[in-house]
Design a binder for this molecule. Structure first.
Ligand SMILES: C[S@@+](CC[C@H](N)C(=O)[O-])C[C@H]1O[C@@H](n2cnc3c(N)ncnc32)[C@H](O)[C@@H]1O
Length: 250
């Protein structure tokens, strides 16, 4: 019962002000690279332009130059949330996932957003957990407006309900689990029993200091690990997405 997202999404009924308030880039307290990144990020128009040029040209001369145009479009649209059905992961990680995600996949994600639209556009059955009430409402409205109905969206504002939401799935039933929202260490630990043999556990921002300082616990040592560093849509700086493949690999 997956959905088929429209090629030209309708405008959100939210006012521009409301949309901007929901944007991570408008509310710097919601997502502060100085707090979350391993490296402080310089601010100000000069550094912004310099970073944008570095991102654009390094994508343009990469093995996948079309990423540069996708990136440019995503940066243009980033103040209008949910206009693009592409996850906030690095481009190379997205390519790996696309190549390995089966048709009709079962996906569970901690942290809703553009990734939710992406899984749905690929025919997946999605359960997506969100702790932020305003973001949850925007997601819910967007899915309803576009007539998308392959997604179970769960609002879980507390640590216990958020991390525990995966317990509604059957053990070893999920083709992909994305950890890209709140409480990431707890989410990884909770997720492991629910991944199918051959499934992918995807953790974003593994370059952040709390991943670097202490290794993530509980992931079986025999699961192959692939790290994809680089730029991604809607990101003005380099980042890192890590994919673990359970059992036989993926
Ligand atoms: C880094 S985002 C990633 C969400 C999703 N996995 C994706 O790839 O789009 C993680 C969290 O940021 C919050 N958020 C707030 N404003 C947002 C915005 N404009 N775009 C995306 N996420 C936003 C949501 O609570 C979301 O769960």
């Amino acid at each position: 019962m997956h959905s088929s997202p429209q090629s030209r999404p309708s405008r959100s009924p939210l006012s521009t002000d409301r949309r901007n308030t929901l944007s991570l880039f408008a509310d710097k307290n919601a997502f502060d690279p100085n707090r979350d990144s391993k490296m402080p990020v310089r601010r100000g128009p000069f550094w912004l332009v310099l970073r944008a040029l570095a991102a654009f040209f390094s994508l343009l001369i990469s093995r996948h130059p079309s990423d540069a145009l996708t990136w440019l479009r995503s940066m243009y649209l980033r103040r209008r949330p949910l206009r693009m059905a592409i996850p906030w992961l690095t481009f190379d990680a997205i390519r790996h996932i696309k190549a390995n995600l089966p048709d009709d996949a079962r996906v569970f994600e901690f942290g809703s957003g553009h990734s939710t639209l992406f899984w749905l556009s690929r025919g997946a059955h999605v359960t997506s957990v969100e702790d932020d009430e305003a973001w949850y409402e925007l997601m819910n409205n967007t899915l309803a407006e576009r007539g998308i109905n392959g997604c179970q969206l769960v609002h879980a504002p507390t640590l216990d309900t958020y991390v525990g939401a995966i317990a509604r799935c059957q053990p070893q039933s999920l083709d992909l689990i994305l950890v890209d929202g709140a409480h990431r260490r707890d989410c990884v630990a909770a997720a492991i029993p629910y991944l199918k043999p051959g499934g992918m556990l995807v953790v974003d921002n593994t370059d952040w200091h709390w991943f670097r300082e202490a290794p993530i616990q509980g992931i079986p040592a025999e699961w192959p690990r692939l790290t994809f560093a680089g730029y991604g849509p809607m990101l003005g700086h380099r980042s890192e997405t890590t994919v673990w493949c359970s059992a036989n690999g993926c």
